[in-house]
Design a protein around this ligand. Structure first.
Ligand code: HEC
Length: 342
């Protein structure tokens, strides 16, 4: 069971499709398929576009439930789960871990629908549950919300009386925020109950661009480099050169692409792009933080440990990448011999 728990703790939520490329919250989300609940009239008509940033602000500041609390009082950031702390005046004290190292998350004593203790659920995959829509006759998808799926749509959920929304515009903003929740890049605010760390993946992860010459897909590649510069993600480049698979990994410290061959100098973006040609296409892929070396350099297991061991000779204090650590590479044993360079 312990092993299984350890394995589960490695699983991350996939990139959120509603976030912007830099993982920020979108300000204009089309909600054509999300219907008005009828609280403000026009039941079943499409909601206006939603602004997820305004939705986050409502989530944090709008007093609800007879002016007692806000959404974030229960759904702490970044995951939406209940706080793992106990309130002590204006401070929060950690709750000691259980005998098997379990953490505790807040429960709600009297849930509106069941009158029993309920765990405050995380909100990172709500976009995956949408589709049930009882204002429409042809709705055949979706889970519904709550433990029993008793509320069909997010719009109806946030339109219920306890939530003091004032218009369908506010409903739309909250719905847009719920869709884009994802679990990261919320700045911490004082006095909000602390939350638990989230395992989610930056929105740009998985984006690819393949080019067969310089100047192609320049704005997408520029955006990929900018987001990799922040170290929130890594950027791998794959190509085939003289029949051999090659890999490059963007190094934000040197603003250059490190090669998978020992002794080969890093290349600037333009020098790398100059190598692209039909038959020698370059494929840029945004990959999750911490996975770049194994993907770009195609090394796993003992090979990667050996690479790390070499690099560990030159420590990287505070997690800041030292560009010199990119230089010592173990030699490739499984790459065919290269023809001499001109
Ligand atoms: C008093 C604590 C509390 C507050 C305040 C609160 N929630 Fe919840 N929320 C819960 C609990 C507990 C559940 C689970 C209830 C259930 O499953 O029956 C829940 C469920 C949800 C769900 C459904 C999750 C799912 O996957 O089915 C959404 C969405 C949600 N809340 C959004 C909000 C929003 C938006 C606000 C503010 C407008 C808010 N909540 C305020 C405690 C709270």
């Amino acid at each position: 069971m312990k092993k299984f728990e350890k394995f589960l703790a490695t699983i991350h939520f996939p990139p959120n499709p509603f976030r912007n490329f830099d993982n920020s919250l979108p300000t204009s989300v089309s909600l054509r398929d999300h219907r008005r609940s009828g609280r403000f009239g026009n039941e079943g008509k499409a909601l206006p576009k939603g602004n997820a940033r305004r939705g986050l602000e409502l989530f944090r500041t709008r007093l609800i439930d007879a002016n007692a609390i806000t959404c974030v009082t229960c759904h702490t950031l970044p995951t939406g789960q209940g706080t793992p702390m106990r309130r002590n005046g204006v401070l929060f004290d950690p709750i000691p871990a259980g005998p098997n190292g379990e953490t505790h998350q807040a429960l709600i004593g009297q849930d509106a629908s069941e009158q029993r203790g309920f765990k405050v659920p995380h909100l990172r995959n709500l976009y995956d549950k949408v589709g049930m829509e009882t204002t429409q006759k042809n709705s055949r998808a979706g889970f519904g919300f709550f433990h029993d799926g008793s509320i069909d749509s997010l719009a109806r959920f946030v339109s219920t009386e306890v939530f003091d929304v004032e218009s369908d515009r506010e409903v739309a903003d909250l719905v847009a925020f719920m869709l884009a929740f994802s679990g990261s890049d919320f700045e911490q605010r004082l006095l909000e109950p602390p939350g638990t760390d989230s395992l989610d993946v930056h929105a740009a992860v998985g984006r690819q661009a393949t080019v067969s010459g310089p100047g192609q897909k320049a704005s997408l590649i520029g955006a990929m480099v900018s987001v990799a510069k922040t170290s929130a993600v890594e950027l791998s480049v794959k190509t085939v050169e003289n029949g051999a698979e090659r890999g490059w990994l963007y190094d934000p410290a040197g603003d250059a692409f490190a090669s998978d061959r020992s002794g080969e100098a890093p290349l600037s973006l333009s020098a790398l792009l100059a190598r692209a040609a039909p038959g020698a296409e370059l494929t840029f892929t945004v990959v999750a933080r911490g996975t770049g070396e194994s993907i770009a350099f195609d090394r796993t297991g003992a090979d990667l440990r050996a690479l790390r061991a070499v690099r560990a000779l030159d420590p990287e204090p505070l997690g800041i990448r030292n560009p010199r650590n990119r230089k010592p590479r173990i030699e490739d044993s499984n790459v065919p011999p290269q023809p001499p360079q001109e």
